[in-house]
Design a protein around this ligand. Structure first.
Ligand SMILES: Cc1ncc(COP(=O)(O)O)c(C=O)c1O
Length: 315
């Protein structure tokens, strides 16, 4: 095990202790006469669910002696993982290099650089494989490189099973009828899905997919505006998720619901949260007004200022 100095340990303890144990709140939709339950991952210190993976993968790597003082953490990310990895890497004292699609919002780039990480942008029409290939080549040519590999690393889904999923089970007073969320790596859906299904076998575990890119529905990849989800392929981690179905959400409807969450609920969340809420409401409608449908608010709104989400906002 790599021994860190007491100074680094005590400074990293502060941010590490803020990751996870996020609140879960009921959201009452008066017009629809429905209530859904939202786990507020926006309360994580960098503002997204991805803080969980960054924390667990880097702490695990330290414990297994895989990180040295000169290690370079290299990860391909659409933004949230990049921000989370930069934050946790900074507090643990490691150099971080993030490979990000040039289509990701300007705010994400600024936050990553502000946290002291190096940013490498690649142009690939929003598809991920280019960045993943680039990161593999970097690792092959440099022994200092450590790759968290969020898309393949089983720790990703395991942590959601052992932490996020268990938190949900503790926070919900009784049986859970359905759990729905989008997927990027599939770690959240697979991990939380397994935890919930184990405790409540009748619970429906459902994937939210952008309607413009419904891969699970057998449709072709295309462009969509729900950042953070659906990167153009079905991820490996999703293959053993206990999925019962999928719900397609249109980008425009996701944005409208996200603005509703801002203005009616005061919840400043990103577009995928709006999409998740639409899917959760659809399930609650199907399962009845007393049903318990859980979803996630994955990230905060401030990383979307330059995106279409804020274009029609009237001040
Ligand atoms: C913005 C955002 N980040 C992350 C996730 C979860 O991603 P993953 O499948 O990689 O766990 C979601 C899922 O809805 C999301 O909307």
């Amino acid at each position: 095990m790599m021994s860190r100095s007491p100074l680094v340990r005590s400074r990293s303890a502060a941010v590490l202790s803020l990751v996870g144990n996020t609140p879960l709140v009921p959201l009452h939709f008066e017009a629809e006469q429905l209530t859904i339950y939202a786990k507020c991952e926006i309360f994580n210190p960098s503002g997204s669910i991805k803080d969980r993976f960054a924390k667990c993968v880097l702490v695990d790597a330290e414990q297994r002696g895989l990180l040295q003082p000169d290690s370079v953490i290299v990860e391909c990310s659409s933004g949230n993982t990049g921000i989370a990895m930069s934050m946790i890497g900074a507090t643990l004292g490691y150099q971080v290099r993030i490979l990000m699609s040039a289509s990701a919002s300007e705010e994400r780039r600024k936050i990553i650089r502000q946290l002291g990480a190096e940013l490498v942008l690649f142009d690939s029409g929003g598809q991920y494989q280019t960045g993943i290939e680039m990161s593999r080549k970097m690792a092959a040519g440099d022994a200092r490189v450590f790759m968290p590999r969020q898309f393949e690393n089983p720790i990703n889904a395991e942590d959601h099973d052992h932490c996020t999923g268990q938190e949900i089970l503790k926070q919900m007073p009784g049986p859970i009828d359905a759990f729905v969320t989008g997927f990027g790596t599939g770690g959240t859906l697979a991990g939380c899905g397994k935890a919930i299904k184990r405790r409540w076998p009748k619970a429906r575990i459902v994937a939210m997919e952008p309607a413009d890119q419904a891969l699970l529905a057998g449709e072709c990849p295309c462009c969509h505006f729900i950042e953070g989800v659906a990167d153009g392929f079905i991820p490996q981690l999703l293959r053993d998720a206990p999925l019962d179905g999928n719900i397609k959400v249109k980008s425009a409807e996701a944005m409208a619901m996200t603005r509703r969450l801002h203005r009616e609920f005061g919840l400043l969340v990103g577009t995928s949260s709006g999409a998740n809420v639409i899917a959760a409401l659809q399930l609650a409608q199907e399962l009845g007004p007393r049903s318990t449908v859980v979803t996630l608010l994955c990230d905060r709104a401030e990383r979307y200022f330059s995106t279409p989400l804020f274009e029609t906002a009237k001040n």
